[in-house]
Every structure is written in C-alpha cells, then in structure tokens.
Write a protein that binds this ligand. Structure first.
Ligand code: NOJ
Length: 534
C-alpha cells in the first residue's frame, strides 16, 4: 500500500469550500478568505487533508465567480492577494493542502482578452474565442445549446459574427485549438503553482474542445418535458471530443513541472467515458477525474453495488479512484437520500476505495434550503425557472452556531438560512456525541488508523434487499462494511457472509466494540464497520 508523500491526494480526504458561504469576516454577508483562515481549526479537527476553494478571482459574478475577469488576481469581495498568501501559509502550517478552481473553458465577457477579441475581426485576440459567421438565415451558426438555456451563440452586432458560450452569454468560451490560449492558461497555472497551491480542480474540463466543423448536435430521443432545455440535443459535437485528451495531457505536464501537485477534472460522463480522462501511461491526464456517479444514483443497495463494481472494473491499471457525494451544483445529499440515510451515505463515501471529496456542510447534515422566488440568485434558475435546477439551495451559509446568522456573518447573508440552523449547527453537533458531525469525524479518524480503508482492495460480498456489503482488505487485515439502505431492520447470518470480529463503528455511534457472533443485526438506516477482534 502506498503512503508516500507524493500520494497525499491518494491518502487524503478533500473538502470543498464554497467561499461565498463559508465564513464572512468583514460583515458584508459574503464569505471571504480571512473567514476561511478563521475556520481552519475546524477543518483540522474534522480531519480533512485538502481544501478546494471554488473561484476567488476577480469576477462580475454573473455565475458567482465561474466568470473570471482576471485569472491572476483575487476579487475584493474575498480579500487581497496578501490575504490569499496568508491563507496559503495558514493552510500549510495546519498541515493541509490548498486546491484552486481553474476555469479554462471560458472567461468573463469583461476579461481583457474578450474585450480585445470582440473589438474587431482583425484583433490579434479574435481567435482566442470561438467566433463564427451567422447561419444561412442570419441566425445562430448551428443548433448548439447553452447549459443555462437558449442558444449557445450570441450575436455581436459590431463585428457581425456570433460567439459561442456553453454557459451564460457573459461566459464566452475560449478557443483551445489556439496554441496561444493554451500557453496563456499554462502561465496562469504556473503563477499559482509557484505561489504554492497544491493543485487545481478544473472546471468543465471535458468541454474544452468543440467540433472543428461545427456540426449540429443530434436530437436527444430520450428528452422529456421537465428536463433542462439544453438536454433536447445530445452534446455529441460540443463535449468529450477526442482532441481534448491532448489538451489535458499538456495541462498535466504543467502540473508535473512542480512536485506533489494534483490535477482534478470536473467531468459529468458515463463511467466508461469518464475513465478515459486518466489518460494513458505515455500520456497522463487528470490524477482524479471526479467520479460523480453517486450524485445521481438511485439510492438503493443493488444500484449502488453495481455502480461501485462497474467503476472498479472500468478503472485503467494504476488509476486511482475517487468518490463525491455533493457539490455546489447538485442538491444536498441529505435532501436526496433523507436525513437518516445521509449517515449511511457518509459511511459509504469514507469506506470506498479512493479519494473522497466532502462538500462543506454535508458533514453537519445541511439540507437543500428553500429559496423564495425573490431571493433566487442562481442564473440557471433565473433563466430556466420552475423545474428545480436552482443551485442556491445547496450554496447557503455554513451553519456554525445558533448565534444570529448562524455565526456565518454579523449581517444578513447573501443567501438565506433555514430555520433549523438553531439546532443544526456545528457548535450544537460538536457537543452531541451521537451527531452526524461526530460520525464524520469518527469515519475520517478510522481512515487514518486503517490503511485498508484507503488503499485496501474492494471486494463485494453477496447481499440482497436493502443491504450493501463489502470488504476492504490489505496487509493481512480486513474490514467489512455493512450498510442498510432501507428503513427496516435486517439480520445477517454472519458466518455465511464471512463476517466476524467486532464493530469498529456504527452510523449511530453506539455499538463500537460489540462482538459479532452468529448474526449481525442492523437497525433501519444503519451502517456498521467490522474489524478484526481487538
Ligand atoms: C461548472 C461549475 O461547477 C458550475 O458552478 C458553473 O456554473 C459551470 N461550470 C460554468 O462555469
């Protein structure tokens, strides 16, 4: 089992901070870098190893920082470059790593590169973005759709061409076929790597290259009313193009110029496509192509068992797995699977083979917060209202305490807090020995004590009904994990299932040390980990 320094991203637990919502230190209702510094002791006590920050760069905030106007600055809303340096130092002093969000697919329309690019057809940066002549009827060049609604093409009246934007019109796509664009973003990467950041999570990395011939996307025969409108076509010619792999391999080489850094890719693709983003032996790509399979998995034991098996089987030799339960784009896990199952989900995430990424607040069971129509901030929800695509509900302020504004800010936060923050908050849950927060801590702690949980083999154990059973083993020791994904209690003949030893941890935190003798009884919504007898 590998435990070398270079493998911190294999051994560690990642934690995503959405900076706007973590901790406000200057009373403007929006989180900031100094706020994150204040909360580092919390992250250290939780036991995570790396902190990934969603974008903190200067931005008009049309998409809350995913529209960048300067890749090598800090938005004043979040602080200054000095604040960033202080944060990096504090993170490292705490023994943690810091990962930045790199958004190379598109800039803000206020980025100087785009302002130049749109200034005239002859500008030297014209070809830095994806410009095209109008279609035959004067309309958009083809049927490509924006993920945030409508055509992906925006007409520029001054230069009488269209530009492509996979997201908002305020987020024009860069032209990654242009070597100058590659060079410019590689320099951005080097700027931050020289500053000491430990890696990048790369936004929509599978979008970077689009079809050179601009062919229409085919209609999606499975499209149903109620799905986001961009799903009416299949993204055959706009994402996952074969040439993107060369682009990512080049990015990886930049990361590899520095010791011990990591490249993580945001990729929503079926597992068999996802794993191609590890690259090949002679052309490495992402260390960790994010595995989002659990975000949309039907919450039942057989479906999840199949996902794990399919993923394990699809991984190329030497590829390191990873798992994600939540992020700033998807409904909170506690709302997807329910409050009770959120504990089982935590045990699943932290006992599967590979690197787990936690989304801030999931460790205290934060649920999707209801957002009144006049409080909607997310441009996706504004453009495509009423079908449940809004992302504000999973981006609400971290609930630190029962103090006003949950201890997040001394003023009204940018997004509302739910009423239950008075109970569901860090201070309260830290003091409650049986809380989900203490479960997360215990799970992370066990990963540090038992290397089998990090890099041991994954072996499924045959089970049926609501039961998910597997073993993690290595170095002559084995830990069995038994998860009840249903509400009804289940009893397992432990000898037949090969379960023996004693309970290391139950999701209800009250069974450690219990010997397994003949039968393992699980309560509804309970998971246990069974280790060798002590
Ligand atoms: C993916 C990010 O996670 C999401 O929040 C953003 O809106 C889009 N990329 C566009 O950058």
């Amino acid at each position: 089992m590998t435990t070398s320094v270079e493998s911190w991203w294999r051994n560690g637990v990642f934690y995503q901070v959405y900076p706007r919502s973590f901790q406000d230190s200057n009373a403007d209702g929006v989180g900031d870098l100094n706020g994150i510094v204040q909360r580092l002791p919390y992250l250290k006590a939780l036991g995570v190893d790396a902190v990934w920050l969603s974008p903190i760069f200067p931005s008009p905030m049309a998409d809350f920082g995913y529209d960048i106007a300067d890749y090598i600055g800090i938005d004043p809303l979040f602080g200054t470059m000095q604040d960033f340096d202080a944060l990096t130092e504090a993170v490292h002093t705490s023994g943690l790593k810091i990962i930045l969000d790199l958004v190379p697919n598109h800039t803000s329309d206020r980025h100087p590169w785009f302002i130049e690019s749109r200034s005239s057809r002859n500008n030297s940066k014209r070809d830095w973005y994806v410009w095209h002549e109008p279609g035959a009827d004067g309309g958009p060049p083809n049927n490509w759709l924006s993920e945030f609604g409508g055509s992906a093409w925006e007409y520029d009246a001054a230069t009488r061409q269209y530009y492509y934007h996979a997201f908002l019109p305020q987020q024009p796509d860069l032209n990654w076929r242009n070597p100058a664009v590659r060079q410019a973003i590689h320099d951005v990467m080097r700027f931050w790597l020289h500053k000491g950041v430990d890696g990048f999570r790369v936004d929509v990395i599978w979008h970077l290259i689009k079809d050179a011939e601009f062919r229409d996307n085919p209609p999606n025969p499975d499209y149903r009313e109620g799905q986001p409108p961009h799903q009416m076509v299949l993204p055959l010619h706009t994402t996952d193009q074969v040439e993107v792999h060369g682009v990512i391999a080049q990015m990886r080489r930049v990361v590899d110029e520095f010791d011990g850094r990591v490249l993580i890719g945001e990729i929503y693709l079926p597992l068999e496509r996802l794993v191609t983003y590890y690259g090949r032996d002679d052309r490495a790509e992402a260390h960790l192509p994010f595995n989002f399979a659990l975000l949309s998995a039907p919450w039942n034991a057989r479906a999840i068992e199949k996902i794990i098996g399919d993923y394990e089987a699809a991984l190329p030799a030497g590829a390191w797995p990873n798992w994600v339960l939540g992020n700033h784009d998807r409904p909170r896990v506690a709302s997807r699977v329910g409050k009770e199952q959120a504990r089982v989900a935590a045990m699943l995430l932290l006992t599967l083979r590979g690197t787990p990424t936690l989304y801030y607040g999931d460790e205290i069971g934060m649920h999707q917060v209801a957002i009144a129509p006049d409080q909607v901030r997310d441009p996706f929800e504004k453009n495509v209202p009423g079908i449940g695509v809004g992302r504000d509900g999973c981006r609400t302020p971290m609930q630190w305490s029962a103090a006003p504004n949950a201890g997040f800010s001394t003023t009204t936060p940018w997004l509302p807090l739910p009423e239950d923050f008075l109970h569901e908050n860090v201070a309260n849950l830290e003091a409650d020995a049986g809380s989900i927060l203490n479960l997360y801590k215990a799970l992370i702690d066990l990963r540090k004590k038992w290397p089998q949980l990090v890099s041991g083999d994954y072996t499924p154990i045959a089970a049926d009904g609501s039961l998910l059973l597997y073993r993690r083993q290595g170095q002559g020791k084995s830990i069995a994990i038994a998860l009840n994904l249903g509400e009804e209690p289940v009893s397992i003949a432990s000898d037949a299932a090969g379960l023996s030893g004693e309970i290391l941890l139950s999701t209800s935190l009250d069974r450690a040390g219990e010997k397994i003798d003949g039968a393992l009884d699980l309560r509804g919504n309970e998971g246990v980990m069974i280790g060798p007898p002590s």
